[in-house]
Every structure is written in structure tokens, then in C-alpha cells.
Design a protein around this ligand. Structure first.
Ligand code: SAM
Length: 183
């Protein structure tokens, strides 16, 4: 069992795209309480991989997972991630970050897209060529713009809504494969 139901969304996407592999470097942004990191930890069985989980909130220890508590939009937090990476590049960057819901759909959408931009900017600095980027967003006016931007940077960009996401939710994921580094 997992700490969060959201684990099933990641399992579903991995079943379809098969990107959680041993020996890889994973960064899990917005990782609390730790469901996604549990999935990655269990699937890769600690075979030479590096898993870094970041969140504003505390995360109870997970075998093989390095936890950083901090705001991912702050340079100082991103710097801590880079220190843990040493000189390694990331194979997979996950972001399940979501803003605190205001209840106003447009505001939540805009805040969510901001978090997407932060994780993409970070990905552009540490993701290896051919790497994978998965990012949650709340659907709305400007998700298309972000998607078009992703399309210039990855070979494949898909809008996914896993079964485990509630039907009425405006939540979606951009599943991006094949990072085109230096483009
Ligand atoms: N994937 C997680 C799991 O399986 O347990 C669930 C993640 S939850 C939906 C979203 C998380 O994003 C929250 O824990 C929240 O604290 C975090 N978050 C939101 N904004 C953040 C930020 N600026 N920096 C770090 N974490 C953030």
C-alpha cells in the first residue's frame, strides 16, 4: 500500500510509458506525503539509482529516497537538489506540485501553470538528453501555450488524465518523452 492515492496515477502512467527504470536519477517535485517516491523506490529496488524528493512539507523517510524540505520555486532549494546530483544529470523529473486551492478555478489554473514553468526551467538545466518530464497541471486558458512550449523541447508530449484522477477534476498531466537538450 501507498501513502497517497496519487501513487496509482504514476503506476498507470508508467504502465503505459515505462519510464521508471533501475539505475536512473529521479527528481520528485511536490513529493509529500511520498506516494510517487514510494512507487519509484519500490520499482527500481535501489539498483544504483538516485531519488530526490522535494516538498514544502515534511516527508517521512522512504528507503533510498533523499528528502529536501523547501520551496521548489526558490533557487536555494534547487541548489540543494543540484548538490545532491553532484555532476549527474536526471533521467526523470516528476512534478505533482499543486497550489493550495483557492476554489477559484482561474486563479488555481494560473498558479499551477507557474509551478509547471518552474519545474520545466529546472528540468532544462539538469535533465539529460532523451530524458523524461512528467508534470501535473490544472486545465485552463494557458495550458496550450505551455504545451506548445513543451513540444519544442521534447520528442513526444501527451496530455494524460489517468483513471485515478477524479472525473470532475480539472487536473491533467503532461507526459513528455525524449528531451531535446540544446534545442
Ligand atoms: N505525488 C505526491 C504523492 O504521491 O504523495 C502528492 C503530491 S500533492 C498532490 C502536491 C504537493 O505539492 C503538496 O505536498 C505541496 O506541499 C507540494 N507543493 C506545492 N507547491 C510547492 C512548492 N512551491 N515547492 C515544493 N512543494 C510544493
Amino acid at each position: 500500500n501507498y501513502r497517497a492515492r496519487s501513487a496509482f496515477k504514476l503506476l498507470e502512467l508508467d504502465q503505459k510509458y515505462n519510464f521508471i527504470k533501475p539505475g536512473s536519477v529521479f527528481i520528485d517535485c511536490g513529493a509529500a506525503p511520498g506516494g510517487w517516491s514510494q512507487v519509484v523506490s519500490r520499482k527500481t529496488k535501489l539498483n544504483g539509482n538516485l531519488i530526490i524528493a522535494v516538498d514544502l512539507l515534511t516527508i517521512e523517510p522512504i528507503p533510498g529516497v533523499n528528502v529536501i524540505q523547501g520551496d521548489f520555486t526558490h533557487i536555494s532549494t534547487q541548489q540543494k537538489v543540484k548538490e545532491l546530483l553532484k555532476e549527474r544529470e536526471a533521467d526523470v523529473i516528476l512534478s505533482d506540485m499543486a497550489p493550495n486551492f483557492s476554489g477559484q478555478r482561474f486563479i488555481d489554473h494560473v498558479k499551477s501553470m507557474e509551478l509547471c514553468e518552474f519545474s520545466l526551467n529546472f528540468a532544462e538545466r539538469v535533465l539529460k538528453s532523451g530524458g523524461t518530464f512528467l508534470c501535473k497541471f490544472l486545465m485552463g486558458e494557458s495550458d496550450h501555450e505551455f504545451r506548445n512550449n513543451l513540444k519544442t523541447k521534447f520528442d513526444i508530449v501527451r496530455h494524460e488524465k489517468p483513471q485515478a484522477v477524479r472525473k470532475k477534476s480539472t487536473e491533467g498531466y503532461f507526459m513528455c518523452l525524449g528531451y531535446k537538450k540544446n534545442k
